[in-house]
Design a protein around this ligand. Structure first.
Ligand code: FPP
Length: 230
């Protein structure tokens, strides 16, 4: 079993457009698919599930779409808390906190706090996240340690970089799933996916089901991971 699966949930807009619906309807269906995925990930015993919920680039979408996504997130996070507790799921958030509307930030902080002692699945939500921003923040933190005399540049090890990322303590993903047929990484977990297996599907995110997760895992189990060796 993979311990950590990361998912780029893509295709909400196209799902809605294909049905003559507003994009917001696609995002609402996307939330449902996300709930199904968390349940399936818990049921199969994954240790970590990382979801790309909102990227730093997503702020450039039309204002009403951004506010719909923020509202959906705020609503969902409070609504899902009882089930997260029941399933012993711990929420962790990666991304930059600044720039996030206060009510959303408050909701996220509340759920992170409430679930902090849970020991089951860790749900890592990438929110206001950008992979290059994460690396920049890590490099800045390392540069400060060098300036303070705690670390010499020659001694900077991979573990120092990993430890300076938002994902400190989270193992690298074993499997990365992307929906909607796009073959891109889109600034997601750039350092962490060095040896991650990629699994792309043309299924649009609102149509993603637990069977799709099982398919991806079954494919992963047939692959041989060599991490650069033979
Ligand atoms: C991609 O669809 C999805 C997003 C921009 C955000 C992901 C958000 C959700 C799945 C909603 C639920 C999650 C939370 C936590 C509220 P797209 O709009 O890029 O689709 P398109 O590529 O077809 O336009």
């Amino acid at each position: 079993m993979p311990a950590h699966v990361a998912v780029i949930m893509d295709g909400n807009g196209r799902w809605a457009t294909q049905r003559g619906l507003p994009r917001a309807a696609g995002h609402r269906e996307g939330v449902k698919a996300t709930r199904v995925l968390v349940r399936a990930a818990d049921a199969v015993g994954l240790r970590y599930l990382t979801l790309y919920a909102f990227s730093t680039e997503n702020w450039s979408r039309p204002e009403d779409e951004v506010s719909t996504l923020m509202r959906l997130l705020e609503e969902s996070i409070y609504r899902e808390l009882p089930e997260l507790m029941e399933r012993n799921v711990r929420l962790r958030v990666i991304g930059r906190g600044n720039g996030v509307p206060l009510p959303v930030r408050r909701g996220i902080d509340h759920v992170v706090h409430e679930t902090r002692v849970n020991t089951g699945l860790t749900l890592v939500m990438a929110f206001n996240y950008g992979g290059r921003d994460e690396l920049l923040d890590a490099f800045r933190a390392l540069a400060r340690r060098v300036r303070a005399g705690e670390l010499s540049p020659e001694d900077i090890a991979e573990t120092d970089v990993s430890g300076a990322l938002y994902t400190d303590g989270v193992p690298d993903p074993d499997l990365l799933i992307r929906t909607s047929g796009e073959m891109r990484i889109s600034n997601f977990l750039l350092w962490q996916i060095a040896y991650t297996e990629l699994w792309m599907t043309s299924v649009l995110w609102p149509d993603f089901s637990s069977c799709d997760l099982y398919r991806a895992i079954a494919d992963f189990q047939r692959r041989s991971r060599r991490f650069g060796g033979v």
